[in-house]
Write a protein of this length. Structure first.
Length: 131
């Protein structure tokens, strides 16, 4: 089962007035720390040691999930490099990013994506890491 109050770092450069993903994560019992840039996200992830990272790909806003993936998985901090990652991307970008998927560690999800579907995927990837 999922440990209570799993910590999620959500990296999302889009500035939505109502962030449905974070609200639904919190309502589902997750702790959420938000970052709006790759640099801020890496800094928070190193400091907070999250159970899960969610990167919302939005190339036009400056958040390239491919770049995030490269930085996270080449990090000198082993716990960061091994932290499970969900990437949310538009269909075209999602297809390219799926080349980087790893079972139980990296999963790419296509937008549009309901907050409930994101929660289901978060639970699935975290349950794979619950020894």
């Amino acid at each position: 089962s999922i440990p209570p109050r799993s910590l999620v770092v959500k990296v999302d450069a889009t500035h939505h007035r109502l962030d449905r993903y974070s609200k639904t994560l919190i309502d589902s019992g997750f702790q959420v720390v938000n970052a709006s840039t790759i640099k801020e996200g890496i800094k928070l992830a190193r400091r907070c040691r999250p159970d899960l990272i969610i990167a919302v790909d939005h190339h036009k806003s400056g958040l390239d999930a491919g770049k995030w993936l490269e930085i996270q998985h080449s990090d000198s901090e082993p716990t960061l490099a091994m932290t499970p990652l969900l990437i949310v991307a538009d269909a075209g970008r999602a297809e390219r990013l799926r080349l980087h998927e790893l079972p139980d560690r990296i999963k790419v999800l296509s937008r549009p994506l309901s907050p409930e579907a994101l929660i289901d995927e978060a639970y699935q990837i975290l349950m794979a890491w619950d020894f």
